[in-house]
Design a protein around this ligand. Structure first.
Ligand code: FE
Length: 348
């Protein structure tokens, strides 16, 4: 390489570098740590950038990995906004001091109080942006609806050898069991969980979709799932998925008592957010009608903002239901006690 071309290349590199710096100085950026594991979210982020000009740097990882990363990065963490799935995880992260309060009249007006984190007067620690019900699916051929239309009945001897769930310690189950703990108290919850563990058709394994498929195949007669996994199968064009949904039915449990357990996906401003303003803008964006409809139409979740119009045939076909109204943060706070019960009753 000649001296001249080295100079030319260096000049080019400097010019490129200068452009990059100018661009980053002018384009506001949001660093997003997300544990939402849904491919359909891409449009949600693209729409935000289009509406605000704020570019999103996204780190996608699972909840445990995301929290570990926040912890180890400490004050030097680039995270501005954190998205987590499940109330117990949000509550645990709040308790660890990984978030900071956000005072926003927009979020307070749009997100129901029972779906927000702790508020010491400086704003909420986190906000739920979508919900999902934890429902019961059963095999149409082998099970009567009235035998499985409450969570309590999953522990009834009449359902011996029929029940399938994913691991009891999975956050989706910890949150459901934390809700049961709130409704039933410690003693009855322990008896209930022992009953469910005794009724298993097989040892807990797999995810929610695996439980649905096992119900369809007849390996299990009844199982627990989040609604969006079922909706995904209901909307699928694949013949094998169609065959699965033909064999099963869904029941929203406890409609005669406190209602179906509802969990959330939510978000928070990270404790050490450097782009605070952009972060709050993003959280407020997630509560807009269009983002709310997107959670429903894209990922089959339910909006948290009342009155948002959705167009999702799978959610429509499952119908309206009564949801429990306990503060979702309470459910998270019970998860440690629930885990101890699970260990005692041998619900893996
Ligand atoms: Fe999930």
């Amino acid at each position: 390489m000649s001296v001249r071309s080295i100079f030319a290349n260096t000049a080019l590199a400097c010019a490129a570098l200068a452009t990059a710096f100018t661009a980053s100085a002018q384009t506001p950026v949001l660093n997003l740590y997300s544990a939402r594991h849904y491919q359909t979210d891409e449009a949600l982020y693209a729409n935000f950038t289009q509406a605000t000009g704020i570019r999103i740097n996204r780190v996608d990882t699972d909840d445990a990995g995301l929290l570990a990363r926040l912890r180890s990065e400490g004050a030097s963490s680039p995270a501005d906004v954190v998205l987590l799935v499940d109330a117990a995880r949000l509550t645990a992260a709040e308790a660890e001091g990984l978030f900071q309060p956000v005072k926003s009249s927009v979020l307070e007006a749009r997100i129901p109080a029972q779906l927000r984190g702790k508020d010491d007067g400086k704003g909420s620690q986190w906000f739920g942006f979508s919900t999902r019900a934890r429902v019961i699916v059963f095999n149409k051929a082998g099970v009567k609806r009235e035998d499985v239309d409450t969570y309590e009945e999953l522990a009834d001897p009449k359902n011996k050898g029929r029940v399938c769930t994913r691991s009891g310690s999975h956050p989706y189950n910890l949150s459901l069991f934390g809700s049961m703990y709130e409704h039933l108290g410690a003693e009855k919850t322990e008896a209930w969980l022992k009953g469910v563990a005794d009724n298993m058709a097989r040892a807990p394994k797999g995810g929610d979709t695996d439980q649905i498929k096992a119900v369809a195949s007849g390996e299990c007669a009844v199982a627990l799932t989040n609604t969006y996994y079922l909706a995904r199968l209901l909307r699928s064009d694949k013949p094998e998925d169609k065959a699965v949904v033909e064999k099963i039915e869904v029941v929203f449990p406890n409609q005669q008592s406190w209602g179906a357990h509802v969990n959330i996906a939510g978000g928070a401003l990270a404790r050490h957010a450097k782009n605070r303003e952009a972060g709050i803008k993003f959280l407020e964006y997630l509560a807009t009608d269009s983002a709310q409809a997107y959670f429903a139409n894209g990922n089959n979740e339910y909006p948290v903002v009342p009155g948002v119009k959705i167009a999702n045939p799978a959610l429509d076909s499952m119908g309206a239901f009564k949801a429990e109204l306990i503060p979702i943060s309470v459910v998270g706070l019970n998860s440690t006690r629930v885990q101890q019960i699970l260990d005692r009753v041998g619900y893996k």
